[in-house]
Design a protein around this ligand. Structure first.
Ligand SMILES: Cc1cc2nc3c(=O)[nH]c(=O)nc-3n(C[C@H](O)[C@H](O)[C@H](O)COP(=O)(O)OP(=O)(O)OC[C@H]3O[C@@H](n4cnc5c(N)ncnc54)[C@H](O)[C@@H]3O)c2cc1C
Length: 297
């Protein structure tokens, strides 16, 4: 029988293995005054954790690129943390993209998350894919470039191998890092990392971690994005629909903590958090990982 003291020792031992962890946080541009306040409160709360960067999404086809730019600039100026815009190519000409990239470079931005973006309804094909955008950005300046990766396959890709070769093209075009779509089955990420290594893909693979705060929305979103929601997750949230948010947050944080612990033990050193502009869960998970506000890790 394991004593309480042995249990605590084992826990401390496993936490001490989780050292030298880097984190990054993803936000989206707010659409209302209230959302704006939530965003900046979260940025201020998470910035002292000294993340590698904070990234800001851009809704492809939304025509609101300026809002991404404004948030990126303010994060960089206000917190000193490197701010990283997401840039999509599905809704802009090559000339426009070059101009945007030049403006970013001139305002001190050195990393971009380069994406194709979702196709507008009814459109089947596009002139540019993310790999073309990576090449275009590298032509403009020597940006560090992150791209998207899909451990469970991008919904449009005919098969997993096709999608993996697409990731390889993005690496060959000059990307240095790939952030994954969120996932819950940790072995899916580990198998994907093995397949990427076997295919000679030279990219840092950064797992995208989504701490679940709204289970119903998650189930819908996972359906669009081809992400499997395992049975254990359904069971965890079962019966909590009408319970208070704090209870669901505890469950969500617990699931994400288990996920990052396993991944850290498997040698993952960088985690990207889809914060949905909230800080509580990401902050708690980082604290557990040993990423602390006083700069110690
Ligand atoms: C970390 C992350 C961040 C994201 N941020 C944003 C964001 O800020 N804004 C936003 O709008 N969306 C965002 N997305 C969603 C993303 O834009 C969509 O998933 C989009 O559908 C694909 O973008 P991609 O960059 O992966 O495209 P690509 O890498 O270009 O791949 C798109 C699809 O096309 C296929 N493909 C590639 N090349 C070819 C070819 N030559 N011929 C035929 N098929 C090809 C691929 O296999 C894949 O199925 C993000 C996704 C992730 C994982």
């Amino acid at each position: 029988m394991v004593s309480y003291a042995q249990g605590v020792d084992a826990l401390n031992q496993s936490l001490s293995e989780l050292r030298d962890i880097d984190v990054s946080f993803e936000f989206f541009p707010p659409k209302s005054e209230k959302m704006e306040q939530t965003l900046w409160k979260s940025v201020e709360r998470l910035a002292p954790l000294k993340p590698s960067y904070m990234s800001v999404t851009y809704g492809a086809n939304s025509g609101e690129r300026d809002r991404t730019h404004d948030v990126v600039k303010r994060i960089q100026q206000q917190t000193g943390v490197a701010a990283v815009p997401h840039l999509t190519c599905v809704d802009a000409s090559r000339d426009e993209l070059k101009q945007i990239a030049k403006d970013y470079w001139d305002s001190g931005i050195r990393r971009i998350v380069a994406l194709r973006g979702d196709l507008p309804p009814g459109v089947q094909k596009t002139e540019m894919y993310a790999s073309d955008l990576v090449a275009l950005l590298k032509d403009v300046a020597d940006f560090d470039i992150s791209v998207a990766a899909y451990p469970e396959k991008h919904p449009e890709a005919p098969n997993a191998q096709f999608d993996l070769l697409n990731l390889k093209r993005k690496a060959e075009a000059g990307a240095s890092e790939a952030i994954t779509q969120f996932f819950f089955d940790t072995s899916v990420f580990l198998r994907f990392r093995d397949r990427a290594a076997a295919a000679g893909i030279d990219l840092d693979l950064v797992p995208g971690i989504l701490p679940v705060t709204n289970y119903q929305t998650l189930v819908k979103f996972a359906g669009f994005t081809n992400v499997h929601v395992p049975g254990f997750l359904h069971k965890m949230f079962d019966g909590l629909d009408d319970d208070d948010q704090a209870t669901r947050n505890l469950i969500g944080a617990n699931i994400a903590m288990d996920q990052v612990k396993v991944l850290a033990k498997e040698g993952v050193k960088h985690f990207h958090f889809y914060t949905l502009n909230r800080s509580e869960l990401s902050y708690a998970i980082c604290h557990m990982l040993g990423v602390r506000g006083n700069g110690t890790k």
